[in-house]
Design a protein around this ligand. Structure first.
Ligand SMILES: CC(C)(COP(=O)(O)OP(=O)(O)OC[C@H]1O[C@@H](n2cnc3c(N)ncnc32)[C@H](O)[C@@H]1OP(=O)(O)O)[C@@H](O)C(=O)NCCC(=O)NCCS
Length: 203
């Protein structure tokens, strides 16, 4: 059963295979991606990726602290997802709070939709009550995934469509039958999608 996990060297072989599929989304901040086949270099890469969630850790330029999670099935690496803890001016326009990538050979099997759904509780735990998620206007798959996750369209900015996705479980009205035989609609207490002001932006 696919799941989100913390990056780990045990996925080395599968990760390298996925890089052969397409490596541009896998390691955007690694200059020597071709060296990752080396187990020691890969171990350093994994440590580095994990370190980006630690306060004060060195980050590539224009990056904010973030958690990278890998979407895996057993020992098979299927994709990656990153949750950024806050927005800077670039993320506010382009990348948003959450970005995801599924290796081409595993696409169109529902992985991205499931990975995004699995990531929302992590984002909520990080204090992100509504996550900015963006996609290119012609990225039909991503647009569908975001809208299915409850994403509210904010605006199109340049080459991106911006959506706010609630990270709290969606409180869909549940019709129930009351004692008089009528129907009423209850919302679970303490949950629900409330429109909030978008989080502030800091560089
Ligand atoms: C976009 C991307 C994440 C989709 O991953 P995926 O695992 O194939 O997506 P899913 O299988 O969960 O598909 C979700 C929906 O999109 C549809 N879809 C998937 N690929 C599609 C395509 N190329 N064209 C049209 N629809 C597509 C699926 O049919 C599905 O809809 P349905 O359930 O109504 O049939 C993947 O193509 C990718 O990694 N692209 C490059 C990186 C990227 O664009 N990331 C998103 C921006 S942050």
């Amino acid at each position: 059963m696919p799941e989100l996990v913390i990056p780990d060297v045990r996925f080395h072989a599968s990760f390298i295979e996925a890089m052969a599929d397409q490596n541009d989304w896998l390691s955007p901040y690694v200059d020597d991606a071709d060296q990752l086949a080396d187990p020691d270099r890969f171990a350093r890469y994994v440590d580095e990726v994990i370190s980006h969630s630690r306060p004060g850790a060195p980050l590539p330029e224009m990056f904010v602290p973030n958690t990278t999670l890998w979407w895996v099935d057993g020992d098979t690496f299927l994709g990656r997802l990153s949750i950024r803890y806050r927005l800077n001016s670039r993320l506010r326009r382009l990348g948003g709070h959450i970005g995801y990538w599924i290796r081409p050979s595993a696409r169109r099997q529902g992985h991205a939709r499931a990975a995004l759904a699995a990531a929302l509780p992590y984002a909520l735990e990080l204090g992100i009550e509504c996550a900015l998620v963006t996609c290119d206007p012609d990225n039909v798959a991503s647009r569908r995934i975001i809208e299915d996750a409850g994403g509210l369209f904010e605006q199109a900015v340049g080459e991106k469509r911006l959506y706010w996705v609630p990270t709290m479980p969606l409180a869909r009205p549940t019709p129930t039958v009351d004692e008089q035989g009528g129907t009423r609609t209850d919302r679970p207490a303490g949950s629900g999608w409330r429109r909030r002001r978008p989080p502030s932006v800091r560089d």
